[in-house]
Unconditional design. Structure first.
Length: 137
């Protein structure tokens, strides 16, 4: 399996602008997500809180307390949303030590790109796990 490596750069005149450089040309040939994965990603992105978290992390990586203050939500609620974003593969976390020795968990966006067309949706639908008998969709 090919590895995709990214580097992040910030423009001096606009620190909120971040660009991603693909170092290995694999992105456009990466397979579209399978049905269950696509459902999980879309369900994760359907929540406005998670969209705000993702948008904030797209500007810069951050730790939970500061991110919660910026978004004006509780740390407990933020942790719920971060776990869902991480489970969907949209963010990653790294534990780091601050200068005073305190452990801090930093989150950052995992670069992603999805191109949805009727064809990619149809292909994903063919790979969905069948519902259990008696379940309601």
């Amino acid at each position: 399996m090919d590895v995709v490596r990214f580097s992040r750069c910030q423009f001096d005149d606009a620190p909120a602008n971040i660009c991603w450089h693909v170092l290995l040309d694999h992105f456009m040939t990466a397979p579209a997500p399978a049905g269950d994965e696509l459902v999980q990603i879309l369900a994760t992105l359907a929540n406005p809180h998670r969209l705000r978290v993702l948008a904030t992390l797209a500007r810069e990586r951050n730790y939970v307390s500061r991110l919660a203050r910026e978004l004006d939500i509780s740390r407990a609620l933020l942790q719920v949303h971060l776990r869902k974003l991480e489970a969907a593969g949209l963010v990653s976390a790294n534990l780091e030590l601050s200068p005073d020795g305190k452990a801090m968990k930093f989150y950052e966006v995992v670069p992603f790109q999805f191109h949805l067309t009727p064809e990619t949706v149809a292909n994903a639908a063919r790979t969905l796990t069948p519902p259990e008998k008696g379940s309601t969709l």
